[in-house]
Design a protein around this ligand. Structure first.
Ligand SMILES: Nc1ncnc2c1ncn2[C@@H]1O[C@H](COP(=O)(O)OP(=O)(O)OP(=O)(O)O)[C@@H](O)[C@H]1O
Length: 469
């Protein structure tokens, strides 16, 4: 990818010469083939739990989060949720029978069925399953296998928490049909089947609202059942943005012109969601796919999507690093929650770094305040979960273990001095300074803490960073 290599070259030049570097003005994200096979990371000692996506709603016992560790990484990794203990300092009697566990890096929100120990969890055993499933309910496909007499599997493509995705050749493709497709094989489990069916109806709605395929959401082709697995046939894309960052932009990020191209396409996708009254609720680099030339992206994984206006209050909606503050505080939410997540992705694309790597929701709020200052009191007063993070005078109350070690956190939250996005984004020589300051301005507006004042999708599409005017 020229744009990224160019950025590497600039950094290298800067290091060696400590001065500006002449720069190509490449705006295109150009092709670079995937050559790394996906890795399987498996912890021999981990115990997999089957998780259920329905989140807890306002008024029920607040969630207790066991220390869940999830072997996570890019989508090709095997992600296994394993319970390593329970949260300290909470009497057993106060625990809800349904314990929610928070996600960690890049992993979609999940819910285990019972707290603390493995008793009652839906632990799968090989002997209990038909032998075409693995012990966790994933379908054990093999290359060359023909699914439903229709699709020959040509390669593995990715693995999510709830599915395996394979590349396949459509053996019955008509003249205008794509030969290459991706098939998302949903885990064989009742709740997964139900959420898969919901994903199908969201995809159908999006596809029929975008007949010309110009609005950057993955195309849905069809679905079928195969050996008790719901299978979604989707257009095939090349790799996800987490892989792109990892492979080409780790700790450095992509060139601004490439970020601008991706930003515009993401906003067009958000506009489609808005027009269809759908909240994605899990936007993160893993769920954004690019084509082989890397110049076209598509939003994928609508497995957590919700109709706008449902507003079940839950503190674990959206993967944690990309989770907007209104979710954590327990406020009503709408399309602005996806705008926040997209902001996190754009920052990550440009810098190669995660903007809010909080270890807990409490840690996330602290990072939000460090960037943008104290929360408006009006907002805090309305939050169903505010008391978990703020005292009665609305001063921040650190409960995150890592935060408690830091002296600065003990100060009243009113003293938090916001850094803003600007200082976190370093300007590279050769980068168009006007475009960069517009990018910073865009991000600043996407990270407005109050969701009602945050940048809307129409405003984003007409922002000077996008229009260039
Ligand atoms: N249409 C596609 N073309 C190519 N690869 C895909 C496609 N859809 C998904 N993938 C790959 O599979 C991975 C998992 O897909 P997806 O996120 O839809 O599954 P999931 O089980 O809902 O995952 P999770 O809940 O962990 O986010 C993606 O990150 C991507 O790498």
């Amino acid at each position: 990818m020229d744009a990224i290599l160019e950025k590497h070259r600039q950094l290298q030049f800067q290091k060696e010469h400590q001065g500006p570097v002449p720069c190509h003005d490449s705006t295109e994200v150009t092709s670079l083939d995937r050559d790394a096979a996906t890795t399987e990371v498996k912890d021999a000692n981990s115990v997999t739990v089957i998780v259920d996506e329905k989140s807890y709603t306002m008024g029920k016992t607040p969630p207790i989060q066991p220390n869940i560790s999830i072997n996570s990484g890019i989508s090709g990794d095997q992600r296994t949720a394993c319970v390593s203990g329970v949260q300290e300092g909470i009497p057993m009697g106060e625990r809800s029978s349904d314990i929610l566990c928070d996600d960690i890096f890049g992993v979609s929100p999940i819910r285990v069925q019972k707290s603390g120990n493995l008793e009652g969890m839906h632990v799968r055993k090989n002997s209990l399953r038909d032998n075409w499933d693995d012990e966790h309910g994933y379908y054990k496909y093999h290359l060359g296998e023909v699914l439903d007499g229709h699709y020959r599997i040509t390669a593995g493509s990715g693995k999510g928490v709830f599915s395996t995705v394979v590349q396949a050749k459509d053996l019955k493709a008509g003249e205008n049909d794509p030969e290459e497709v991706a098939i998302k094989i949903i885990c064989n489990e009742k709740e997964r089947y139900k959420s898969g069916k919901r994903e199908v109806s969201v995809l159908e709605k999006l596809s029929s609202a975008d007949c010309e395929d110009k609005r950057h959401c993955v195309r849905f082709i069809s679905s079928f059942m195969y050996r008790d697995h719901l299978c979604l046939v989707l257009e095939s894309l090349h790799m996800n943005l987490r892989e792109v960052i990892k492979k080409f932009g780790r700790d450095i990020g992509l060139k601004l012109t490439a970020v601008r191209t991706y930003s515009k396409q993401l906003f067009i996708a958000l506009k489609l969601l808005k027009d269809c009254s759908i909240l994605h609720c899990d936007i993160k680099p893993d769920n954004i796919l690019v084509n082989g030339s890397k110049n076209l992206l598509k939003l994928c994984d609508f497995g957590s999507a919700l109709p706008a206006g449902i507003n079940d209050i839950t503190p674990i909606l959206v993967s944690r690093f990309y989770r907007a503050p209104e979710i954590i505080l327990g406020l009503p939410y709408d399309h602005s929650l996806d705008m926040w997540s997209v902001g996190c992705c754009l920052y990550e694309l440009y810098t190669g770094k995660i903007l809010f790597p909080g270890g807990t929701n409490n840690g996330m709020l602290w990072l939000h305040m460090q960037l943008k200052g104290p929360f408006p009191k009006k907002m805090l007063r309305k939050g169903a979960f505010t008391t978990q993070h703020f005292d009665q005078d609305l001063n921040f109350h650190a409960t995150d273990e890592n935060l408690m070690k830091k002296k600065a956190v003990n100060k009243l939250c009113m003293n938090v001095k916001p850094s803003g996005v600007g200082p976190k984004i370093s300007s590279l020589p050769g980068e168009d300074q006007k475009m960069l300051s517009r990018f910073k301005d865009l991000l600043e507006k996407m990270f407005v803490l109050d969701p009602q004042k945050r940048l809307t999708v129409s405003q984003a599409l007409s922002h000077p960073f996008i229009t260039g005017e």
